[in-house]
Design a protein around this ligand. Structure first.
Ligand SMILES: NC(=O)c1ccc[n+]([C@@H]2O[C@H](COP(=O)([O-])OP(=O)(O)OC[C@H]3O[C@@H](n4cnc5c(N)ncnc54)[C@H](O)[C@@H]3O)[C@@H](O)[C@H]2O)c1
Length: 318
């Protein structure tokens, strides 16, 4: 399959990610089919797409006419054979269970044209293990998005052990065409690159709170207002270069041995789970949300992300 020949794409699973990724493909000009085994998921996906497009238009990220044209390119079905008929690119976003994904990839391969590229949005399951269900694992690769898919720029392009160079090239170029920022992860390691970085920070934050060094609020405040303030513009290696490598190298000598290497979640985190304190959805997690307007918190988060995206685009075009 050549990048230029990809026109029809199918999302397998139309939940949070399938809907969000589907609308990005449609906005880039692709004909999109959303497939799901649950009819209600397909209806909800279309509602979610309409809502997200409305916000994008209101915020001036896309013109109204473009949003309408993109919406017209999206169709839905619960029939897998129909979803895969004549398709050039498939992106799987079904629940994160290896047996389910392997079964889906077996079926997808049987129903798709011989050269269709098969990608998965798995959060961290092995691409190689998913592809092992296929007779042609060379056409299977990862395309890992972050939530909300319509907003977050990064998309990881992941090479399984048998993924061909052509498959990586097609997924990479499609990702660029979507206006996203592709990063090729050359080895199929747990957590790929982005979750490894995210969880390295989470581990240290859990350690700092567990040891009573700072409160949860202050761990978040430290990151958001210090190191994290720079992150949209400067990564950790760029930060070191701009600060001067001698200092960073000296600090690394005494600090790396002092950082957390915990292999298990600390007890206070396990206890939250046992007590059903699962985060904002349950009313409490590391923070207490019982007296808060939770919808407002989520609305503000999305608005903040959209404004940040606009600012990044503006700065990058300077
Ligand atoms: N939500 C996130 O933050 C996020 C981020 C990156 C990657 N992912 C990954 O994306 C994938 C989907 O996650 P999500 O958050 O969209 O989940 P979700 O639960 O919102 O959606 C999954 C959808 O798959 C459908 N489904 C179930 N069985 C199916 C089948 N056999 N065939 C087709 N569809 C089926 C469900 O009806 C549901 O609509 C997972 O692998 C997840 O790990 C999620």
């Amino acid at each position: 399959m050549r990048f230029e020949d990809v026109h029809n794409v199918t999302m397998i699973g139309a939940g949070t990610m399938g809907a969000g990724m589907g609308v990005c493909y449609a906005q880039a000009g692709y004909q999109v089919t959303l497939y799901d085994v649950v009819a209600d998921s397909l209806e909800q996906a279309l509602v979610r797409i309409d809502n997200s497009q409305r916000v994008f238009v209101e915020e001036g990220l896309i013109p109204e006419a473009e949003a309408q044209a993109a919406r017209a390119r999206i169709s839905t079905t619960s029939d897998l054979a129909r979803a895969l008929d004549g398709v050039q690119f498939v992106l799987e976003a079904a629940p994160e269970r290896i047996e389910l994904k392997q079964e889906l990839f077996r079926d997808m391969e049987a129903l798709c044209p011989a050269d269709t590229i098969l990608a998965t949005n798995t959060s961290g399951l092995s691409i190689t293990a998913i592809a092992s269900a296929c007779e042609h694992p060379e056409r299977v690769g990862g395309q890992h998005w972050a939530n909300p898919a319509e907003i977050v720029p990064l998309v990881e392009v992941i090479r399984g052990e048998q993924t061909s160079d052509n498959t990586i090239d097609v997924i990479y170029r499609i990702t660029e065409k979507l206006g996203k920022v592709p990063v090729v992860v050359q080895k199929d390691v747990p957590g790929f690159a982005s979750n490894r970085l995210q969880f390295a920070v989470l581990r240290e934050a859990l350690h700092l709170v567990n040891e009573g060094i700072v409160s949860a609020q202050d761990a978040d405040k430290t990151l958001k207002n210090g190191v994290g303030f720079r992150y949209p513009w400067l990564g950790p290696l760029e930060t070191a270069d701009l600060g001067g490598l001698t200092t960073f190298h000296s600090v690394a000598q005494y600090l790396l041995p002092a950082l957390s290497t915990m292999q298990k979640t600390p007890e206070f985190f396990d206890r939250l789970i046992e007590e059903g304190k699962l985060g904002i959805g349950s009313g409490e997690g590391f923070y207490d949300y019982t007296d808060c307007d939770r919808d407002e918190i989520l609305r503000k988060r999305d608005l903040y992300f959209i404004r940040q995206l606009k600012l990044l685009r503006e700065i990058q075009s300077l």
